[in-house]
Design a protein around this ligand. Structure first.
Ligand code: GLY
Length: 350
């Protein structure tokens, strides 16, 4: 599969997608990094599967390597985790000429990327995403952040990696639920930018068929994201289209205190519900919501949430950071594969 390049001038970087790529980590890193020390940040689950393998590949190329494995889970992506990571980096005497590798899902990628962007005012880093969600979304585009007690991703920056290495084989150790979680974002790309891709996904009937096509699937998603990020790196226009399903999705996640639905599940609900509302208002071509519902059922994802008090959801949406001066920008689908931004208010959801 042809490598992708995110074209951002001197901050451009390749995305390599290949089954078995993890065994070639050392060779790929050697092409982009001439220094000595590499610090791998991972979580204990991922490290138990792939930590030694990645470390050994790098040692074989002559690098001095240290691996730090954090507790798995969203709680780790906290501002409070940072000092322990910075201390480990200081202990390892990592310099600005060295490298950080993030080996894990979105939590490790976002946290490790933020560490890389701030430690010694910036150290180069490489993303090795191991969850489907991270492979198709968070590892590309340079958004790095940590959570505060008052909310997610409240401290962060735009800081791009030097390279993204994606090995779809590592998805074999991902739980079924988190595979489906990533599929919600995959489906999103079809909805917003690629009608043909949406119906291609709809034609795949089993997980085996999906896995047989996984390189193409990840490549298509990363290519769409690459293009969107090149056009709107700082998220002031087209990049917002990537938030399709996210306004309601975030509100659903918040309503259930992040315990009932994964991010992808909440986005799945958000994509269907907003399309249903938009169809009723004549803003989305009729039949789109039904197509989305069908594909979500097919991929074992929810499309609605049993919310008793809808005013709670409306309150949460009104606190959304996209709701500025009572103008809420929502992402709608015009026709399958074509999204647009609609300026509205919270009343849209009433
Ligand atoms: N995950 C959405 C973005 O990177 O903009």
């Amino acid at each position: 599969m042809e490598d992708l390049v995110v074209n951002l001038g001197e901050r451009s970087y390749p995305i390599i997608i290949k089954k078995g790529l993890i065994d070639e980590t050392g060779i790929e890193i050697k092409k982009v990094f001439k220094g000595k020390k590499i610090f791998i940040l991972s979580d204990k689950n991922v490290a138990s599967y792939y930590g030694d393998k990645v470390k050994e590949c790098l040692i074989k190329e002559g690098y001095n390597v240290r691996l730090m494995a954090l507790e798995p889970g969203e709680e780790t992506k906290s501002f409070n985790t940072l000092p322990s990571v910075y201390n480990e980096l200081l202990d390892f005497k990592l310099t600005r000429s060295d490298l950080i590798i993030t080996l894990g899902g979105g939590v490790i990628g976002d946290l490790g990327g933020f560490v890389a962007s701030t430690f010694l005012r910036g150290v180069a880093f490489v993303q090795m995403p191991t969850s489907l969600l991270a492979q198709v979304d968070s590892s590309v585009g340079g958004k790095v952040a940590v959570d505060l007690e008052k909310g997610k991703n409240l401290v962060g920056s735009f800081y791009h990696p030097k390279l993204v290495l994606i090995d779809p084989n590592v998805l074999k150790t991902l739980s079924d639920r988190f595979f489906k979680d990533g599929m919600a974002e995959v489906i999103k790309y079809g909805c917003i930018k690629d009608r043909e891709f949406f119906y291609f996904l709809k034609d795949l009937k089993t997980k085996e068929e999906v896995m047989n096509n996984i390189e193409k699937i990840i490549h298509t998603c990363c290519d769409i994201k690459r293009c969107v990020v090149e056009n709107d790196e700082k998220d002031t226009g087209e990049r917002m289209l990537l938030n399709f399903g996210h306004t309601l999705g975030h509100a659903v996640e918040t309503y259930y205190n992040y315990s009932k639905f994964t991010h992808g599940e909440a986005v799945a609900i958000g994509m269907y519900e907003i399309s249903k509302i938009a169809e009723a208002k004549g803003l989305t071509e009729s039949g789109v919501a039904e197509d989305i519902k069908e594909i979500l059922i097919q991929y074992g994802l929810p499309y609605e949430a049993p919310i008793k008090e809808s005013s709670d959801i409306l309150d949460t949406i009104s606190l959304d950071k996209k709701n500025i001066d009572n103008v809420l920008k929502v992402v709608l689908i015009k026709t399958m594969g074509e999204a647009y931004l609609e300026k509205t208010t919270v009343d849209f959801f009433r």
